[in-house]
Ligand binder design. Structure first.
Ligand SMILES: Nc1nc2c(ncn2[C@@H]2O[C@H](COP(=O)(O)OP(=O)(O)O)[C@@H](O)[C@H]2O)c(=O)[nH]1
Ligand SMILES: [Mg+2]
Length: 202
């Protein structure tokens, strides 16, 4: 599988604004500053598809991208956990994201992004538990892999799995937007969720 083309389809804050369901959707979630925009730009081979943010926590929309003329969709969920956002923004984040995650038939999986260097946060673990409960766990993405040596990948992956409560067979894919590594591995890991029927959820 390869991404030849990606176009912004829709920016939404509530369900009425979502594009009609159709092609399989893979969503990406993670705390602000984890490297989500950089990764989406790398995946789609575009410099500014997703804004690389100088002010984390600002983008509070759900962005739908049509990949390869809507063969499948990438859904960019708003970042969370930015220390300076107010409680009401955090609550709005939960409402906005829950509404999408709970009731979207074409959503196949959510890839949770975590920084390869650090133990996932309480909010990461909470979101992961929610995903597991709803059968939406996709590959875990360990971002900024250029910050650790290759030899440390396995150790960091098990720390990440353990902290999130992920099964031993949940893929943890190291990626670096900076060094442009891990994209092929990530696309290969996502592929089964895109091309499986609803029984592909696990
Ligand atoms: N070293 C390194 N830094 C990265 C990488 N990806 C993103 N960053 C940096 O991390 C910061 C946050 O990136 P951004 O993509 O905006 O994160 P987002 O808030 O999750 O969308 C920026 O300063 C990026 O330059 C990476 O693969 N390696
Ligand atoms: Mg961003």
């Amino acid at each position: 599988m390869w991404i030849k083309k990606a176009d912004l389809l829709q920016v939404a804050v509530r369900p009425a604004q979502y594009p009609p369901e159709g092609p399989p959707e893979i969503a990406f979630a993670g705390r602000s500053n984890v490297g989500k925009s950089s990764l989406l730009n790398l995946l789609t081979n575009r410099k500014h598809l997703a804004r690389v943010s100088g002010s984390p926590g600002k983008t509070q929309t759900i962005n739908f991208y049509a990949v390869n003329d809507d063969e499948f969709r990438i859904v960019d969920l708003p970042g969370y956990g930015y220390a300076k956002v107010s409680r009401s923004i955090t609550e709005k984040w939960g409402e906005m994201v829950d509404a999408y995650l709970i009731d979207r038939g074409s959503l196949k999986a959510v890839c949770l992004l975590v920084d390869i260097r650090h133990e996932p946060t309480g909010m990461d673990a909470e979101l992961f538990g929610f995903l597991a409960h709803h059968g939406l766990v996709g590959p875990i993405i360990a971002t900024k892999s250029d910050k650790v040596s290759r030899g440390a990948y396995a150790k960091q992956a098990s720390l990440i799995r353990k902290t999130l409560g992920a099964a031993a067979d949940t893929p943890v894919i190291p990626v670096s937007a900076l060094k442009r590594t891990g994209v092929e591995e990530l696309l290969n890991a996502i592929e089964p969720w895109i091309y499986a029927g609803s029984e592909g959820k696990n």
